[in-house]
Design a protein around this ligand. Sequence first.
Ligand code: ACO
Length: 431
Amino acid sequence: MATRIVTITDHKSGKQVECPVYEGEYGAPVIDIKNLYKELGMFTFDLGYGSTAACRSAITYLDGEDGVLLHRGYPIEQLAEKSNFLEVSYLLLHGELPNQVQSDEWTHAIKMHGMTHEHLSRFYQGYRYDAHPMSVLAGVCAAVASYYHASTDIHDPESRMLTARRVIAKMPNLVSKIYRHSSGLPFVYPDNSRDHVENFMYMMFSWPTEPYVANPVALRALNLLFILHADHEQNASTSTVRLAGSAETNPFACVAAGVSTLWGKAHGGANEAVIEMLAEIGEPKNIPKFISRAKDKDDNFRLMGFGHRVYKNYDPRAKIIRQACHDLLQSMNLNLPMFEVAMELERIALEDEYFISRKLYPNVDFYSGLIYQALGIPANMFTPMFALARASGWIAQWMEMMADSDFRIGRPRQLYIGAQRRDYTAVADRG
Ligand code: ACO
């Protein structure tokens, strides 16, 4: 329901359009401009969507100025401390935390959908051992679509829920196979006596000839990272999933599209890029050189893991991860020189006028790679791990969009700046 009206006037033609304003539960109100084109013959122009709300959503709220992140109303700090990844996935999808019966049914269902079709394993053989894992993940997610295409009815809520369960259940299996293929190790079937995160570690790291006992410290750390990565409002990959889904495509194909977007180092690929950057810096004494490069407009180097489109304050997830990284290294008695470099880099950047004036703070990816590294996970697997977790957010957002009565295909417009109409000339007549 509109709370007020904003009138937009074209001072050239004198025409006006009245745009209703809607207030959400929190956050900036939105101006409904759907009549703008009809009344004024104009579009809005918002490169990078900095001022555009592309959907209604009740899943995640973030306040970038105050560094607040809520999933279904629950603060991320509480979820990180008290919940687990599978429960957070349930919360994102269903809107409420599960009671004991719901939790048992959910956990059981996810276990039952953890396998992948045996033939799918052959897709991995088509990739070189050193293929980037995100390329493989995008491929195999799209391949999964082929197994459930005819049987998926995206207009049926039950069929959609089954799909959501499949996505969340199969991602650990799909991701672990990438690592096994690249390492020349046999694929491992899930073991349903283990919980979701432990099963993932088991499929990744178990040795065929040895019993696998997971390190509880590692499981806790991974659970935390997965919770912190599970959803983050309408970021680039989530918006991609929604846009793909709006065309009524197969949901696994939507997830493949999300994986492709997440891969970019301005987005989820930053966790891998941070480790590369810290390795390149090497020692604290080299930090000033890299800070200068980050500030130099003629150098395209940026401090990886720094800055965020929405957070103009410390990313609350980064705060939690920083502490977790510190605790993990201490409990593992691990001296990771990169952690020292990261903390010093953060300290210097946060005192620098360039970063202060642009409100550039560490984001979720600044410390996450260090945790993965301490757990023995290779750098090129960091972004697939992010995708594993984010898939639960993607599919919850897809579910929400599909259930929206105003659902329609996403179709942005443009400001055309190309050539004017001209006539085709034969090749012999072209200069
Ligand atoms: N290092 C140096 N300068 C930076 C950085 C950075 N990491 N990030 C932004 N800036 C500067 C820009 O050069 C720009 O300066 P200017 O005003 O003098 O031109 C200003 O800060 C604003 O930057 P924008 O690019 O307009 O910010 P935008 O919101 O478009 O980009 C982004 C956000 C992509 C995250 C950016 O900060 C960045 O590239 N960070 C590094 C990559 C990264 O860590 N990505 C992970 C994000 S979290 C996630 O997706 C999971």
